[in-house]
Design a protein around this ligand. Sequence first.
Ligand code: NAP
Length: 245
Amino acid sequence: MKQLLSGRVAVVTGASRGIGRATALGLAESGVHVVAVARTVGGLEELDDEIRAKGGVATLVPIDLRDLPAIDRLGAAIYERWGRLDMLLGAAGVLGVVTPLGHLEPKVFEEVMAVNVTANWRLIRSLDPLLRQSDAGRALFLADSDPEPDRPYWGAYTASKAALGVLVRTYAGELKGTRATANLFDPGPLRTRLRAKGRPGEDADLLQPPEIVAPEIVAMLSPDFRENGALIRSRRREAMPSGMA
Ligand code: NAP
């Protein structure tokens, strides 16, 4: 196992599957202690088994990110144990329902905003003091610049990603002059549950698995990566057939 990031501590949301899970594994393989956040206990336990089998270490945090006081307790627990946080990957996300705005159920709209926007703000609020304590605090959030602005039927998801973008760029501005940074990463289309829900007719075999972007994300969470306030699009997109990127 490579131990390039040994001793570092990362919070990864969305760690039970998809991009968050793949990156949690990549971080653990590099020696990072992963604090893995999601609701699905079974998914977190499978991740833990896989990390342990590779000689890594994780702490499981089975919470619903709509539980905002739980996010505050997470910050307090990390402060007690480590006094700092080196990496935050905000990979939890929900699509909602692809439907006209007039048909969208209020509870669906509220869930999309709660998970994709409010929870990430609350994570920033809870973990910002800890990221500033690190010698190289790195916060990275998952963007989706695929659905172009104003795309019909994708209103809740697209609005949430636009709001997240503003939030993260604002945070990056506030971090100027510190050792911490905040950025956005657009992975492009990947074979995950969220993607399948948004495009049920798509042939999933044409998509790459989320593991393909894990090395890129691990690199962006590392001390050597010094960009701040950027939207970074996955390098692999340049090699993709037109229409897929
Ligand atoms: P995914 O496989 O569906 O994973 C979503 C993750 O979010 C799961 O681990 C899920 O865990 C967690 N989550 C959802 N609601 C939660 C809640 N209320 N509390 C705690 N955790 C919650 O999706 P993915 O494709 O990996 O998506 C990850 C991020 O990448 C999203 O922000 C998405 O917008 C972005 N993205 C994806 C693609 C793509 O093609 N896949 C492209 C661009 C951007 P539990 O259900 O266990 O709670």
